[in-house]
Design a protein around this ligand. Sequence first.
Ligand code: ZN
Ligand code: ZN
Length: 355
Amino acid sequence: MTDRPAAAQGAFAALGAQVAVITDPANRRWLTGFTGSSGLVILRDGVAELITDGRYTIQAQAEVRPGVRVTTDSRRTAGGLGEHLAGHSGPVAVEADHLTVAQMADLERDLSLISWVTTRGVLANLRAVKDSDELAAIRQAFAVADGAFGELLPEVQPGARELDLALSLEGAIRRHEGCGLGFESIVVSGPRCALPHGQPSGRQLAVGDLVTIDWGATVVGYTSDCTRTLAVGQLQEPGRRIYQVVKAAMEAAIAAARPQTLGKDVHAAARAVIEAAGYGANFVHGTGHGLGLEIHEAPALGARSEDRLQVGMVVTFEPGIYIEGYGGVRIEQTGIITEGPVEILSGLPTELQIC
Ligand code: ZN
Ligand code: ZN
């Protein structure tokens, strides 16, 4: 088991802080194992101390990783934090990505002896590389998500409503004990496929429609992320052509994703395929993102991303083409960066399926 507090401590020490206060919920969970909704973590001397309130005392003791100390304190004030930091007057790191302006002002007013070091993305960078326990959870999440999609497929027929397909998919995920949804499922059909993040509506599928489904399951907090675009009954042009262009772009991105490659270069590989086919203006988002405890994590695979891929990162590859008034196609694969080819996590085919 990776010593996460020690790794985090080292990263904050490199920024000049021997103590850090962690308030971001996903970072709190990653450091301590605690899944509750309230609490913060003080990191010092390589030890993580979880401070939560009385509602979570029993749960926290049961959940925390070895070596994590649990303290119950219901005060949510800067003054309360001051007692836990008593005797410490050196620099203390806080998470600028999560702390509000008001919370920061309270800290500076009530704990004026401490010099606060505002940091960005310190734990996000550590979390980007997954350990074996995390990879096992993510693999399991994909197995659940794949199985749920298999259960859904017979329902993808003319007359089915987007909303009902989303419900069926989510029910199939939740029937697995301990599993939840990674995010709100996207089920869009026909012209609504032009909405990259469209929510399921009461629209009924018709013959000739494209249907884009983007869904995720969670296992012990870790999410999967997968998109498939299907056709109902038959598919005319330009649907067939854009499907093949998007698939080729996704494959180009996967082939480009090797250790040390920059996120922007993976994106460029996908973008080049789509531009060459004349659809550059219709590819309106980045190529992919990391995932883990959150659906969107480091690294980013977008036009400006300087994030460098490393072995053990888990990233998505999801180019799309969206045509207003017609529809669109997105296909999303997720894989683990290895020394060799990307290890793809979903077992579902990416060839065009006509239901
Ligand atoms: Zn997705
Ligand atoms: Zn995604």
